[in-house]
Ligand binder design. Structure first.
Ligand code: ADP
Length: 466
């Protein structure tokens, strides 16, 4: 889970002994060290023998509980999908088991926590996979508090009503005032119904999901629980995303020593086969290529970007028509547009470091990370005003420029015209190098790290424990 390994250690600074519970996927089992058994089950949710381990995961600083149940989790590839790209047919039992393990750690059903050495005061579940944990805990009358975080409301964990008897929930909970959702069982809905507090990954997204456009069917429930819902922007891992130490860059740079930024731009242009020149702004994209990322809008704006004298560098993979569209653009303007289809961590760092602008035109974006990295790398984000993009980028208008708070370019409507107008504004501002440098310094000083986010989570926990 993204951000997963960073959040709990950051919480320790607030005196919170946060621990993680994860399913024993093959990669997790391989990383498990110092493991001691805390609980056995001969046939966990029909998945056969299971053991809950307490140990450590290599590279993760906090203690971890790992639910080892080969019948449920020892499967290759994507954790949620089978080989044909379809959901595993037993996903409801696989993630009911995870929620149940959380409840056992919390002392359900008999008041005796699974680990005699440690029990939580509060269980914090992430996304639909953890959605039944608050249900098991609350329905057992446990005093343990619960928090549920939505990372993306589009993934809801819906199952037909026929699975309900397999979940070990009391019959009365199959109700609108319970786990029932559109005639079936909603795992995320259950979490949002039973948890004491709800969070999501930006303030703007917390507002947006209370309306029908972004609410994905849950906006009514979220409006009802509005007072319990807060938005907290995910922290970036500045140990990995730091231009002063990034091995993917030819030279280190920072807000006070920005010279290496030019070297990164030249290296990026060379690597992508574009003319190496400081005299054209480079627009960069690192993204999954899907409709909600709004990259069809960018495809429509490429001609204008080229006409404006800019270069475009794109790294991504996803929908076939978007991949084809960007490859065609690269063939049409080979000296202006360069595209790499696929996933390439090192190149993604060089694009953040070498670009003048990072474009994130998403239709919806719960938090977004690329624009946060871009800020730190002095690549001014050009983003649509939605979700976490709206909360992390300050549009350069006369007021914010005068106030010294501008960090990028923000447009409103999800249209090619609105995106093109923002690209025009960026190209115009780029001509004023002093002003551009000032914006870069402001951007690079912006802080969206885990210490800040953890302070907000700690406040939520204190609120719910009070
Ligand atoms: P989402 O989770 O919706 O894809 P985010 O902006 O929150 O969007 O996170 C995306 C992360 O994945 C970023 O760290 C980004 O750098 C990375 N990423 C996306 N596509 C690629 C790619 N093709 N190659 C390398 N990294 C990628």
């Amino acid at each position: 889970m993204r951000g997963g390994p960073s959040r709990p250690p950051a919480l320790q600074a607030f005196g919170i002994d946060a621990r993680v519970l994860v399913p024993g996927y093959p990669g997790i089992m391989a990383a498990l060290e110092e493991a001691e058994p805390v609980l056995d089950d001969p046939n966990l949710f029909g998945g056969g023998p299971a053991r809950l381990w307490r140990g450590r995961l290599r590279g993760v600083r906090v203690r971890a509980y790992v639910l080892d149940c080969p019948g449920l989790y020892d499967r290759p590839g994507n954790p949620y999908l089978g080989p044909e790209g379809r959901d595993w047919p037993d996903n409801h039992r696989r993630f009911a088991a995870l929620g149940w393990a959380a409840a056992r750690l919390a002392g359900v059903p008999d008041g005796r926590p699974a680990d005699p050495g440690w029990a939580p005061d509060l269980v914090h579940g992430h996304d639909w996979q953890a959605g039944l944990a608050p249900a098991y805990i609350r329905l057992a009358g446990s005093p343990v508090r619960t928090v549920m975080t939505i990372h993306n409301l589009a993934y809801q964990g819906w199952f037909p009503a026929t699975v309900f008897p397999e979940l070990g929930l009391p019959p009365g909970s199959f109700s609108i005032e319970g786990v029932e959702y559109y005639g079936g069982v909603g795992f995320l809905k259950a979490g949002l119904w039973y948890a004491d507090r709800l969070t999501t990954v930006s303030r703007t997204y917390a507002q947006e999901i209370q309306g029908p456009e972004h609410g994905a069917g849950l906006d009514g429930l979220l409006r009802r629980r509005s007072a319990d819902l807060v938005g907290i922007v995910n922290g970036a891992d500045y140990e990995v995303w730091n231009p002063e130490t990034d091995p993917a860059l030819p030279q280190p740079f920072s807000a006070v020593a920005p010279a290496g930024k030019a070297a990164a731009k030249a290296a990026l242009q060379a690597r992508m086969g574009l003319p190496v020149t400081p005299d054209m702004p480079v627009f960069g994209v690192v993204s999954r290529l899907t409709g909600h990322k709004g990259l069809d809008l960018l495809l429509g704006a490429v001609q204008g970007l080229v006409d404006r004298g800019a270069q475009l560098v794109l790294l991504g993979s996803g929908d076939r028509d978007l991949e084809d569209g960007f490859e065609l653009a690269a063939r049409t303007w080979p000296r202006r547009v360069a595209v790499r289809l696929g996933y390439d961590e090192t190149l993604s760092h060089l694009i953040e470091g070498g670009s003048d602008v990072i474009v994130v035109p998403s239709r919806s974006e719960p938090c977004g990370l690329t624009q946060i990295y871009a800020l730190r790398y002095g690549a001014l984000p050009l983003v649509r005003r939605t979700g976490g993009l709206a909360d992390t980028v300050v549009d350069a208008d006369p007021g914010t420029i005068a106030a010294g708070t501008a960090t990028g370019f923000v447009f409103e409507e999800a249209t090619v015209e609105a995106l093109s107008a923002a690209i025009d504004r960026a190209c115009a501002l780029w001509q004023d190098r002093d002003l551009w440098s000032r914006l870069q310094r402001t951007a690079m000083a912006a802080e969206f790290g885990w210490p800040e986010a953890a302070a907000e989570y700690a406040a939520v926990y204190r609120g719910v424990m009070a």
